[in-house]
Design a binder for this molecule. Structure first.
Ligand SMILES: [Zn+2]
Length: 149
C-alpha cells in the first residue's frame, strides 16, 4: 500500500445510517437493528417512537435483524447524481422479521436476467468514504447469497 498514514490512536468506524450497528467485537458481524412493539409484535427498522399498527407508545424492544432476506423489488438505475456510478441495482429487501429495507444490490451484473423476485440475498458492509476526522463511514448493501464467496 502506497499510502502510509500515521496510525492514529484508533480510527473509528461509523455507520452511514443509524440502524446499522457495527459491533466493537471484530468477531461479531455488523447488523441492522429494529424495534419490536411489546403490544402487538410488529417490527420496524431502526428506532421507533410509536407503533403504527396498534398505536402503542410503550418503549419497544430492540431486535437484531437477520443478515439474509429476499429480494422484494428491484430496479436498475441508469441515471443518478453526478459522481455515482451507474448502472446499479436499487432494491427493497424483505427480512424474515417482516421489515423491508431499501438498499443497493451488488455482487451481480446490473442486468434483469441476473435478478429475480424472491431471490435470497445477504447483507454485507463496506467503507464508502472517510470523513475529515479519519473515521471510516460504513454502508450496508446486499448481494445474492453465494456470490463473491
Ligand atoms: Zn404495536
Amino acid at each position: 500500500m502506497a499510502e502510509t498514514e500515521t496510525p492514529t490512536a484508533e480510527k473509528k468506524q461509523r455507520p452511514i445510517l443509524p440502524f446499522l450497528r457495527l459491533p466493537e467485537d471484530p468477531n461479531d458481524k455488523p447488523y441492522l437493528y429494529g424495534s419490536k412493539c411489546k403490544q402487538c409484535g410488529a417490527v420496524y427498522l431502526g428506532a421507533r417512537m410509536a407503533c403504527s399498527k396498534c398505536l402503542s407508545t410503550e418503549p419497544m424492544d430492540e431486535v437484531r435483524l437477520s443478515d439474509r432476506g429476499e429480494l422484494h423489488v428491484f430496479s436498475i438505475v441508469h441515471q443518478s447524481a453526478p459522481g455515482i456510478p451507474v448502472p446499479y441495482v436499487a432494491a427493497i429487501v424483505d427480512l424474515p422479521e417482516g421489515v423491508s429495507v431499501r438498499c443497493n444490490i451488488e455482487g451481480v451484473e446490473p442486468d434483469p436476467k441476473n435478478l429475480r423476485f424472491g431471490m435470497p440475498v445477504e447483507m454485507f458492509t463496506e467503507k464508502v468514504h472517510t470523513d475529515r476526522e479519519g473515521n471510516e463511514i460504513i454502508a450496508f448493501k446486499y448481494r445474492p447469497v453465494n456470490s463473491g464467496k
